[in-house]
Design a protein around this ligand. Structure first.
Ligand code: SF4
Ligand code: SF4
Length: 182
Protein backbone atom coordinates (compact mmCIF):
# COMPACT_ATOMS: atom_id res chain seq x y z
CA UNK A 1 0.00 0.00 0.00
CA UNK A 2 2.85 2.31 0.83
CA UNK A 3 4.30 1.77 -2.65
CA UNK A 4 1.14 3.13 -4.28
CA UNK A 5 1.24 6.32 -2.27
CA UNK A 6 4.88 6.91 -3.20
CA UNK A 7 4.40 6.29 -6.91
CA UNK A 8 1.15 8.19 -7.30
CA UNK A 9 2.24 11.15 -5.21
CA UNK A 10 4.09 12.56 -8.21
CA UNK A 11 0.85 12.47 -10.22
CA UNK A 12 -1.35 14.69 -8.13
CA UNK A 13 -3.09 16.88 -10.69
CA UNK A 14 -6.85 16.21 -10.59
CA UNK A 15 -7.96 14.08 -7.67
CA UNK A 16 -5.96 14.79 -4.53
CA UNK A 17 -3.27 12.14 -4.48
CA UNK A 18 -4.21 10.78 -1.04
CA UNK A 19 -7.83 10.22 -2.17
CA UNK A 20 -6.69 8.55 -5.36
CA UNK A 21 -4.41 6.18 -3.49
CA UNK A 22 -7.07 5.19 -0.97
CA UNK A 23 -9.56 4.56 -3.80
CA UNK A 24 -7.31 2.38 -5.97
CA UNK A 25 -6.16 0.42 -2.94
CA UNK A 26 -9.72 -0.91 -2.57
CA UNK A 27 -9.45 -2.86 -5.84
CA UNK A 28 -9.89 -6.59 -5.29
CA UNK A 29 -9.24 -7.57 -8.93
CA UNK A 30 -12.72 -8.76 -9.83
CA UNK A 31 -12.11 -7.63 -13.46
CA UNK A 32 -15.61 -6.17 -13.96
CA UNK A 33 -13.96 -3.01 -15.28
CA UNK A 34 -12.04 -4.89 -17.98
CA UNK A 35 -15.05 -7.03 -18.91
CA UNK A 36 -17.06 -3.91 -19.77
CA UNK A 37 -14.33 -1.74 -21.31
CA UNK A 38 -15.17 -1.02 -24.99
CA UNK A 39 -11.52 -0.79 -26.05
CA UNK A 40 -10.17 -3.70 -23.99
CA UNK A 41 -9.47 -5.72 -27.15
CA UNK A 42 -6.98 -3.07 -28.31
CA UNK A 43 -5.25 -2.62 -24.96
CA UNK A 44 -1.86 -4.00 -23.95
CA UNK A 45 -2.79 -3.53 -20.29
CA UNK A 46 -6.40 -4.12 -19.26
CA UNK A 47 -8.09 -1.65 -16.90
CA UNK A 48 -7.86 -3.98 -13.87
CA UNK A 49 -4.17 -4.51 -14.63
CA UNK A 50 -3.53 -0.76 -14.69
CA UNK A 51 -5.24 -0.42 -11.32
CA UNK A 52 -3.12 -3.28 -9.95
CA UNK A 53 0.09 -1.71 -11.25
CA UNK A 54 -0.88 1.59 -9.61
CA UNK A 55 -1.39 -0.21 -6.30
CA UNK A 56 2.01 -1.86 -6.69
CA UNK A 57 3.65 1.48 -7.43
CA UNK A 58 4.52 0.55 -11.04
CA UNK A 59 3.17 3.74 -12.53
CA UNK A 60 5.88 3.91 -15.20
CA UNK A 61 4.57 0.68 -16.71
CA UNK A 62 1.20 2.39 -17.12
CA UNK A 63 2.89 5.46 -18.64
CA UNK A 64 4.69 3.29 -21.20
CA UNK A 65 1.59 1.32 -22.20
CA UNK A 66 -0.65 1.87 -25.22
CA UNK A 67 -3.67 1.50 -22.94
CA UNK A 68 -3.14 4.74 -21.07
CA UNK A 69 -3.67 6.66 -24.30
CA UNK A 70 -6.44 4.41 -25.63
CA UNK A 71 -8.78 4.90 -22.67
CA UNK A 72 -11.80 6.84 -23.95
CA UNK A 73 -12.81 8.20 -20.55
CA UNK A 74 -16.23 6.65 -21.09
CA UNK A 75 -16.47 5.80 -17.34
CA UNK A 76 -17.99 2.35 -17.99
CA UNK A 77 -15.37 0.89 -15.65
CA UNK A 78 -16.32 3.27 -12.86
CA UNK A 79 -20.01 2.47 -13.27
CA UNK A 80 -19.34 -1.29 -13.10
CA UNK A 81 -16.78 -1.31 -10.31
CA UNK A 82 -18.18 -2.49 -6.96
CA UNK A 83 -15.70 -0.16 -5.24
CA UNK A 84 -16.42 2.87 -7.42
CA UNK A 85 -12.93 2.90 -8.92
CA UNK A 86 -12.95 5.00 -12.06
CA UNK A 87 -9.93 4.23 -14.25
CA UNK A 88 -9.87 7.69 -15.94
CA UNK A 89 -9.60 9.29 -12.49
CA UNK A 90 -6.40 7.30 -12.17
CA UNK A 91 -5.17 7.93 -15.73
CA UNK A 92 -6.08 11.59 -16.28
CA UNK A 93 -3.63 13.05 -13.75
CA UNK A 94 -0.89 10.80 -15.11
CA UNK A 95 -1.63 11.68 -18.75
CA UNK A 96 -1.80 15.33 -17.85
CA UNK A 97 1.54 15.34 -16.14
CA UNK A 98 3.22 13.31 -18.89
CA UNK A 99 1.97 15.81 -21.49
CA UNK A 100 3.09 18.78 -19.41
CA UNK A 101 6.54 17.31 -19.09
CA UNK A 102 6.58 16.43 -22.81
CA UNK A 103 7.30 12.77 -21.96
CA UNK A 104 4.60 11.31 -24.21
CA UNK A 105 5.74 8.38 -26.40
CA UNK A 106 6.83 9.73 -29.80
CA UNK A 107 5.56 6.71 -31.74
CA UNK A 108 2.01 6.93 -30.37
CA UNK A 109 -0.42 9.07 -32.43
CA UNK A 110 -3.11 9.28 -29.73
CA UNK A 111 -1.45 11.99 -27.57
CA UNK A 112 -0.72 13.89 -30.81
CA UNK A 113 -4.43 13.76 -31.62
CA UNK A 114 -5.38 14.93 -28.11
CA UNK A 115 -3.08 17.94 -28.33
CA UNK A 116 -4.28 19.03 -31.79
CA UNK A 117 -7.92 18.55 -30.73
CA UNK A 118 -7.38 20.89 -27.79
CA UNK A 119 -5.54 23.36 -30.01
CA UNK A 120 -8.54 23.58 -32.36
CA UNK A 121 -10.92 24.08 -29.44
CA UNK A 122 -8.67 26.78 -28.01
CA UNK A 123 -8.43 28.55 -31.40
CA UNK A 124 -12.02 28.33 -32.62
CA UNK A 125 -13.99 27.51 -29.47
CA UNK A 126 -14.98 24.26 -31.12
CA UNK A 127 -13.47 21.62 -33.38
CA UNK A 128 -12.69 22.42 -37.02
CA UNK A 129 -12.36 19.03 -38.63
CA UNK A 130 -10.23 20.08 -41.62
CA UNK A 131 -7.71 21.86 -39.39
CA UNK A 132 -7.64 18.85 -37.07
CA UNK A 133 -7.10 16.37 -39.92
CA UNK A 134 -4.46 18.53 -41.65
CA UNK A 135 -2.44 19.12 -38.48
CA UNK A 136 -2.73 15.48 -37.45
CA UNK A 137 -1.51 14.24 -40.83
CA UNK A 138 1.42 16.65 -40.84
CA UNK A 139 2.50 15.69 -37.32
CA UNK A 140 2.14 11.94 -37.87
CA UNK A 141 3.24 11.97 -41.53
CA UNK A 142 0.23 9.83 -42.48
CA UNK A 143 -0.66 12.03 -45.48
CA UNK A 144 -2.56 9.49 -47.56
CA UNK A 145 -4.25 7.34 -44.90
CA UNK A 146 -8.07 7.31 -44.96
CA UNK A 147 -8.23 9.56 -48.04
CA UNK A 148 -11.30 7.74 -49.37
CA UNK A 149 -13.12 8.05 -46.06
CA UNK A 150 -12.18 11.73 -45.79
CA UNK A 151 -13.54 12.42 -49.27
CA UNK A 152 -16.83 10.68 -48.44
CA UNK A 153 -17.16 12.74 -45.27
CA UNK A 154 -16.45 15.91 -47.21
CA UNK A 155 -19.12 15.02 -49.79
CA UNK A 156 -21.65 14.46 -47.00
CA UNK A 157 -20.87 17.87 -45.51
CA UNK A 158 -19.17 16.45 -42.42
CA UNK A 159 -15.93 18.34 -43.13
CA UNK A 160 -16.15 22.10 -43.64
CA UNK A 161 -13.55 24.15 -45.50
CA UNK A 162 -13.78 27.11 -43.15
CA UNK A 163 -14.04 27.08 -39.37
CA UNK A 164 -17.16 28.21 -37.52
CA UNK A 165 -15.98 30.06 -34.47
CA UNK A 166 -17.97 29.53 -31.32
CA UNK A 167 -19.98 32.52 -30.19
CA UNK A 168 -18.59 31.74 -26.72
CA UNK A 169 -14.94 31.80 -27.79
CA UNK A 170 -13.91 34.26 -25.08
CA UNK A 171 -15.38 31.96 -22.42
CA UNK A 172 -13.56 28.96 -23.90
CA UNK A 173 -10.29 30.93 -23.85
CA UNK A 174 -10.96 31.81 -20.23
CA UNK A 175 -11.30 28.11 -19.39
CA UNK A 176 -7.91 27.43 -20.97
CA UNK A 177 -6.42 30.41 -19.16
CA UNK A 178 -7.66 29.13 -15.82
CA UNK A 179 -6.54 25.58 -16.50
CA UNK A 180 -3.02 24.23 -16.46
CA UNK A 181 -3.18 23.97 -20.30
CA UNK A 182 -1.45 27.32 -20.94
S1 SF4 B 1 -14.00 -3.47 -11.22
FE1 SF4 B 1 -13.06 -2.28 -9.57
S2 SF4 B 1 -12.52 -3.76 -7.99
FE2 SF4 B 1 -12.92 -4.90 -9.88
S3 SF4 B 1 -10.87 -5.09 -10.82
FE3 SF4 B 1 -11.83 -3.27 -11.69
S4 SF4 B 1 -11.09 -1.61 -10.41
FE4 SF4 B 1 -10.71 -3.50 -9.29
S1 SF4 C 1 -13.06 4.76 -19.10
FE1 SF4 C 1 -11.31 3.89 -20.20
S2 SF4 C 1 -10.73 2.06 -19.05
FE2 SF4 C 1 -12.79 2.67 -18.35
S3 SF4 C 1 -14.18 1.46 -19.61
FE3 SF4 C 1 -13.94 3.42 -20.65
S4 SF4 C 1 -12.25 3.12 -22.09
FE4 SF4 C 1 -12.19 1.41 -20.62
Amino acid sequence: MQQASVALSSYKIGLPSADLVSVVNQCFQCCKCSAGCPVAAEMDLLPHQMVRLAVLGEVDRIVNSKSMWLCLTCHTCGARCPNGIDVPALLDPIRHQVLQQKREPKDNPVPVFHKIFLQTVRTFGRVHELFLIGMYKMKTKTYFNDMELGWKMFQKGKIHLFPHRSTHLSEVKEIFKNSSMK
